[in-house]
Design a protein around this ligand. Structure first.
Ligand code: SAM
Length: 208
Protein backbone atom coordinates (compact mmCIF):
# COMPACT_ATOMS: atom_id res chain seq x y z
CA UNK A 1 0.00 0.00 0.00
CA UNK A 2 2.95 2.25 0.61
CA UNK A 3 3.64 1.96 -3.18
CA UNK A 4 -0.06 2.10 -4.19
CA UNK A 5 -0.63 5.33 -2.35
CA UNK A 6 2.58 6.95 -3.58
CA UNK A 7 4.78 6.40 -0.60
CA UNK A 8 5.11 9.65 1.24
CA UNK A 9 1.38 10.19 1.38
CA UNK A 10 0.88 7.45 3.96
CA UNK A 11 3.62 8.99 6.06
CA UNK A 12 1.95 12.38 5.69
CA UNK A 13 -1.15 10.82 7.26
CA UNK A 14 0.83 9.26 10.08
CA UNK A 15 2.50 12.57 10.89
CA UNK A 16 -0.56 14.79 10.35
CA UNK A 17 -1.17 15.56 14.04
CA UNK A 18 2.36 15.47 15.43
CA UNK A 19 2.50 19.25 15.67
CA UNK A 20 -0.95 19.56 17.28
CA UNK A 21 -0.96 16.89 19.98
CA UNK A 22 1.28 17.87 22.87
CA UNK A 23 2.30 16.67 26.33
CA UNK A 24 2.40 12.98 25.45
CA UNK A 25 3.94 10.89 28.25
CA UNK A 26 3.05 7.27 27.50
CA UNK A 27 2.06 6.22 24.00
CA UNK A 28 0.81 2.88 22.76
CA UNK A 29 1.49 2.18 19.07
CA UNK A 30 -0.68 -0.75 17.98
CA UNK A 31 0.20 -2.61 14.76
CA UNK A 32 3.16 -0.30 14.18
CA UNK A 33 4.53 -2.69 11.56
CA UNK A 34 7.72 -1.46 9.89
CA UNK A 35 8.11 1.35 12.41
CA UNK A 36 8.00 4.41 10.15
CA UNK A 37 5.97 6.42 12.65
CA UNK A 38 8.08 5.74 15.73
CA UNK A 39 11.14 7.95 14.98
CA UNK A 40 8.91 10.87 13.95
CA UNK A 41 6.84 10.47 17.12
CA UNK A 42 9.93 10.29 19.31
CA UNK A 43 11.21 13.51 17.75
CA UNK A 44 7.86 15.25 18.30
CA UNK A 45 7.42 14.05 21.91
CA UNK A 46 10.94 13.83 23.33
CA UNK A 47 9.76 13.03 26.86
CA UNK A 48 7.37 10.23 25.93
CA UNK A 49 7.80 6.52 26.49
CA UNK A 50 6.55 4.25 23.73
CA UNK A 51 5.06 0.78 23.85
CA UNK A 52 4.86 -0.88 20.44
CA UNK A 53 2.64 -3.94 20.12
CA UNK A 54 2.46 -6.02 16.96
CA UNK A 55 1.37 -9.60 16.29
CA UNK A 56 4.36 -10.14 14.00
CA UNK A 57 7.78 -10.65 15.58
CA UNK A 58 9.34 -10.00 12.15
CA UNK A 59 7.60 -6.61 11.82
CA UNK A 60 8.59 -5.71 15.35
CA UNK A 61 12.17 -6.54 14.49
CA UNK A 62 12.00 -4.26 11.44
CA UNK A 63 10.65 -1.49 13.65
CA UNK A 64 13.44 -2.10 16.17
CA UNK A 65 16.13 -1.88 13.45
CA UNK A 66 14.62 1.35 12.12
CA UNK A 67 14.54 2.75 15.66
CA UNK A 68 18.13 1.67 16.41
CA UNK A 69 19.28 3.49 13.26
CA UNK A 70 18.06 6.76 14.77
CA UNK A 71 20.55 6.33 17.65
CA UNK A 72 18.03 7.85 20.05
CA UNK A 73 18.10 6.78 23.71
CA UNK A 74 15.98 3.69 24.47
CA UNK A 75 12.52 4.48 25.76
CA UNK A 76 10.70 2.02 23.59
CA UNK A 77 9.24 -1.31 24.69
CA UNK A 78 8.37 -3.79 21.94
CA UNK A 79 5.76 -6.47 22.61
CA UNK A 80 4.72 -9.33 20.37
CA UNK A 81 1.00 -9.48 21.06
CA UNK A 82 -2.17 -10.17 19.14
CA UNK A 83 -5.18 -7.97 19.68
CA UNK A 84 -7.79 -8.29 21.01
CA UNK A 85 -6.28 -11.07 23.12
CA UNK A 86 -3.45 -8.76 24.17
CA UNK A 87 -4.77 -6.31 26.73
CA UNK A 88 -3.12 -3.02 27.64
CA UNK A 89 -2.62 -2.30 31.35
CA UNK A 90 -5.67 -0.35 32.56
CA UNK A 91 -5.40 3.42 32.09
CA UNK A 92 -1.69 3.28 31.28
CA UNK A 93 -1.53 5.36 28.08
CA UNK A 94 -2.36 8.98 27.34
CA UNK A 95 -2.02 8.37 23.59
CA UNK A 96 -3.13 5.43 21.45
CA UNK A 97 -1.98 5.29 17.84
CA UNK A 98 -3.45 3.03 15.17
CA UNK A 99 -2.04 3.87 11.75
CA UNK A 100 -3.48 1.68 8.98
CA UNK A 101 -4.20 -1.00 11.58
CA UNK A 102 -7.96 -0.99 12.19
CA UNK A 103 -8.49 -1.94 8.53
CA UNK A 104 -7.01 -5.39 9.34
CA UNK A 105 -10.16 -6.42 11.24
CA UNK A 106 -13.53 -7.68 10.01
CA UNK A 107 -16.65 -5.94 11.33
CA UNK A 108 -17.27 -8.64 13.94
CA UNK A 109 -13.84 -8.08 15.54
CA UNK A 110 -13.32 -4.34 15.45
CA UNK A 111 -15.35 -3.73 18.64
CA UNK A 112 -13.22 -6.11 20.70
CA UNK A 113 -9.96 -4.64 19.33
CA UNK A 114 -11.00 -1.09 20.15
CA UNK A 115 -12.24 -2.19 23.60
CA UNK A 116 -8.87 -3.84 24.34
CA UNK A 117 -7.00 -0.67 23.37
CA UNK A 118 -9.45 1.73 25.03
CA UNK A 119 -9.06 -0.15 28.33
CA UNK A 120 -5.44 1.00 28.33
CA UNK A 121 -6.33 4.67 27.76
CA UNK A 122 -6.40 7.35 30.46
CA UNK A 123 -9.65 9.35 30.96
CA UNK A 124 -8.28 12.20 28.79
CA UNK A 125 -6.34 10.12 26.30
CA UNK A 126 -5.87 11.07 22.67
CA UNK A 127 -6.16 8.53 19.84
CA UNK A 128 -4.63 9.05 16.40
CA UNK A 129 -6.07 7.05 13.52
CA UNK A 130 -4.79 6.90 9.96
CA UNK A 131 -7.00 4.96 7.59
CA UNK A 132 -8.22 4.43 4.09
CA UNK A 133 -11.70 5.60 3.22
CA UNK A 134 -14.19 5.61 0.37
CA UNK A 135 -15.23 9.25 -0.14
CA UNK A 136 -18.88 10.00 -0.84
CA UNK A 137 -17.95 12.21 -3.81
CA UNK A 138 -16.87 13.10 -6.40
CA UNK A 139 -17.89 9.93 -8.17
CA UNK A 140 -14.47 9.51 -9.76
CA UNK A 141 -12.78 9.56 -6.33
CA UNK A 142 -15.29 7.04 -5.00
CA UNK A 143 -14.64 4.59 -7.85
CA UNK A 144 -10.91 5.08 -7.57
CA UNK A 145 -10.92 4.36 -3.83
CA UNK A 146 -13.12 1.29 -4.30
CA UNK A 147 -10.82 -0.10 -6.99
CA UNK A 148 -7.64 0.49 -4.98
CA UNK A 149 -9.15 -1.04 -1.83
CA UNK A 150 -10.51 -4.09 -3.69
CA UNK A 151 -7.02 -4.69 -5.13
CA UNK A 152 -5.34 -4.16 -1.78
CA UNK A 153 -7.69 -6.41 0.21
CA UNK A 154 -7.42 -9.08 -2.52
CA UNK A 155 -3.64 -8.89 -2.48
CA UNK A 156 -3.33 -9.07 1.32
CA UNK A 157 -5.89 -11.89 1.51
CA UNK A 158 -3.64 -14.01 -0.73
CA UNK A 159 -0.28 -12.80 0.60
CA UNK A 160 -1.00 -12.75 4.33
CA UNK A 161 -4.30 -14.57 4.90
CA UNK A 162 -6.01 -11.32 5.91
CA UNK A 163 -9.62 -12.10 6.89
CA UNK A 164 -11.00 -8.57 6.56
CA UNK A 165 -12.80 -7.84 3.26
CA UNK A 166 -13.68 -4.18 3.70
CA UNK A 167 -12.97 -1.15 5.83
CA UNK A 168 -14.55 -1.48 9.28
CA UNK A 169 -16.77 1.23 10.74
CA UNK A 170 -14.62 2.00 13.75
CA UNK A 171 -16.07 5.43 14.62
CA UNK A 172 -19.08 4.17 16.64
CA UNK A 173 -16.75 1.89 18.60
CA UNK A 174 -14.45 4.77 19.53
CA UNK A 175 -17.48 6.83 20.53
CA UNK A 176 -18.73 3.93 22.68
CA UNK A 177 -15.54 4.27 24.74
CA UNK A 178 -15.95 8.01 25.22
CA UNK A 179 -13.76 9.28 22.36
CA UNK A 180 -14.85 12.28 20.33
CA UNK A 181 -13.40 13.09 16.94
CA UNK A 182 -11.69 16.46 17.26
CA UNK A 183 -10.39 16.85 13.75
CA UNK A 184 -9.74 15.13 10.46
CA UNK A 185 -7.50 15.67 7.46
CA UNK A 186 -8.11 14.01 4.09
CA UNK A 187 -5.57 13.25 1.39
CA UNK A 188 -5.51 11.69 -2.06
CA UNK A 189 -9.08 12.69 -3.10
CA UNK A 190 -10.40 11.22 0.14
CA UNK A 191 -8.68 7.83 -0.14
CA UNK A 192 -6.65 8.54 3.01
CA UNK A 193 -7.47 10.31 6.22
CA UNK A 194 -5.83 11.17 9.49
CA UNK A 195 -8.06 11.63 12.54
CA UNK A 196 -7.47 13.00 16.02
CA UNK A 197 -9.84 11.60 18.64
CA UNK A 198 -9.90 12.55 22.29
CA UNK A 199 -11.60 11.50 25.50
CA UNK A 200 -12.96 13.94 28.04
CA UNK A 201 -13.37 16.86 25.61
CA UNK A 202 -17.14 16.57 24.93
CA UNK A 203 -17.66 20.34 25.12
CA UNK A 204 -14.78 21.24 22.88
CA UNK A 205 -16.12 23.45 20.04
CA UNK A 206 -13.37 22.21 17.71
CA UNK A 207 -14.79 18.73 17.61
CA UNK A 208 -16.26 17.49 14.35
C1 SAM B 1 -1.14 -2.86 7.49
S1 SAM B 1 0.13 -3.01 8.70
C2 SAM B 1 0.23 -1.35 9.28
C3 SAM B 1 1.62 -0.99 9.68
C4 SAM B 1 1.87 0.45 10.09
N1 SAM B 1 1.15 0.83 11.30
C5 SAM B 1 1.64 1.48 9.03
O1 SAM B 1 1.36 2.63 9.37
O2 SAM B 1 1.78 1.19 7.84
C6 SAM B 1 -0.70 -3.81 10.02
C7 SAM B 1 0.22 -4.25 11.15
O3 SAM B 1 -0.60 -4.75 12.19
C8 SAM B 1 -0.10 -6.01 12.62
N2 SAM B 1 -1.27 -6.79 13.06
C9 SAM B 1 -2.23 -7.37 12.29
N3 SAM B 1 -3.17 -7.96 13.05
C10 SAM B 1 -2.79 -7.76 14.34
C11 SAM B 1 -3.35 -8.10 15.59
N4 SAM B 1 -4.48 -8.81 15.68
N5 SAM B 1 -2.73 -7.70 16.73
C12 SAM B 1 -1.57 -6.99 16.65
N6 SAM B 1 -0.98 -6.63 15.50
C13 SAM B 1 -1.57 -7.01 14.35
C14 SAM B 1 0.62 -6.62 11.43
O4 SAM B 1 1.62 -7.52 11.85
C15 SAM B 1 1.19 -5.36 10.77
O5 SAM B 1 2.48 -5.06 11.26
Amino acid sequence: MEAFAAGGRLQRCREAWLGSVSGVRRALLAGEGHGRFLPAAAAAWPNAEFTVVDASAAMLERARRRWDATARPARVAGIVGELPRWQAAAGAFDLIVTHFFLDCFPPGEIGAVIAALAAGATPKARWLVSEFAVPARPRFARWRARAILALAYGFFRVATGLRARQLPDYAPELARHGFVRRDRQSFEWGLLHAEWWERGCADDPARV
